[in-house]
Design a protein. Sequence first.
Length: 118
Amino acid sequence: MATINVDGFGHNESVNVTTTKSLVVADQGIAQNVTASAVVTLPAAAAGQAFILRVGKEGITTSLIPAGSDTMTGNGFTPAAAKGAVFTNQPAGSFIWVVSGAATWHIQRIKGTATRTA
């Protein structure tokens, strides 16, 4: 499997994402390197899960969305069901790292500018 350096953390295993994708628990620890505009949906939140989405190509739009009624907090976002983060025309290398609680995804680290999905 390919690896990618995420903001100096060292190399993580990675997979290129070129279309809409629904993550599963087995995707934890694998950086989702989005290289074409796409929506990536998180699995249902359960305490301790963690995922990284990375913008792999400049000029694309990619979103990371919680499933169902789960919410996302951090980065100044007002939590709301199924509302997540969107990167629009951000430099390659921008990323978001989220960790879940019981029904909420918490933004642990973000590089680049992401807005909350409408």
